[in-house]
Design a protein around this ligand. Structure first.
Ligand SMILES: Cc1cc2nc3c(=O)[nH]c(=O)nc-3n(C[C@H](O)[C@H](O)[C@H](O)COP(=O)(O)O)c2cc1C
Length: 214
């Protein structure tokens, strides 16, 4: 049994991090990657519609082109910040697109499953919720494998769709940087760099009725 198989689901949830700087530079091997994608593909989905797809990207030119686009979006965000927040943001790395060696774009197809998707009639967003659950499965399975995942959302959706050939009607939902890591940080980067702290559990749990606790 591999050491990673000894981790409980709670261990993996605690270990999981959004990874930007800790990629080893080696690409994740295909066997491991397919195990991780199989875990993603086992996610629950509204009406069993399984509205996700996974586009695996390894061509260095594609990774570079996307990284350049993301750098531009980072600059735009930086320019929009007040001076003190811009200073806090400066050292924060927001992607590891090239270093990870593998990008996985997760797409969402709201037409999958036809017009009468069981459970989606009253809450159309349940389709996209399902795709997000596949991403969470992927993230946790990768963590159990010692593979880091970093979610990048600093992009214009039409740019990404065009870059990787996503057809009209299908939506890219996330670019995930995926690659082996030496270690996972214990504290989220945004907390370590003073951008934003985690909210305590007791503020998020409401008993009997929703009460505003900030
Ligand atoms: C929908 C979504 C989009 C995100 N986009 C980015 C991003 O563009 N760049 C980045 O560095 N982190 C991104 N993150 C990672 C978050 O910053 C990170 O999950 C959060 O700070 C908590 O850290 P942890 O995941 O290590 O616990 C994203 C996370 C989610 C769920």
């Amino acid at each position: 049994m591999a050491p990673s198989e000894c981790l409980s689901v709670y261990d993996v949830i605690r270990l999981r991090r959004d990874v930007r700087a800790e990629f080893t530079g080696e690409a994740v091997d295909d066997t491991t990657l397919l195990r991780i994608l199989d875990a993603a593909h086992r996610a629950p989905s509204v009406g069993n519609s399984m509205p996700w797809d996974f586009v695996v990207l390894r061509d260095p030119r594609t990774l570079r082109t996307f990284a350049d686009h993301v750098a531009e979006k980072r600059r735009e965000f930086h320019e929009a910040l007040p001076a003190d927040r811009a200073r806090t943001f400066d050292p924060i790395k927001i992607e590891g697109i090239v270093e990870s060696g593998t990008g996985i774009v997760v797409t969402h197809d709201q037409t999958r499953g036809g017009t009468h998707v069981l459970g989606r009639a009253t809450v159309p967003e349940t389709g996209i919720y399902s795709t997000i659950l596949a991403i969470q499965n992927l993230w946790l399975a990768a963590t159990a494998e010692g593979v880091g995942v970093g979610w990048v959302s600093f992009y214009d959706t039409p740019f990404l769709a065009e870059l990787i050939g996503v057809p009209a009607g299908v939506r890219p939902v996330a670019w995930l940087c995926v690659g082996p890591v030496d270690e996972f940080q214990r504290i989220p980067d945004l907390e370590r760099f003073g951008w934003r702290d985690r909210r305590p559990l007791d503020a998020a749990v409401h008993w009997g009725r929703y009460t505003d606790r900030g």
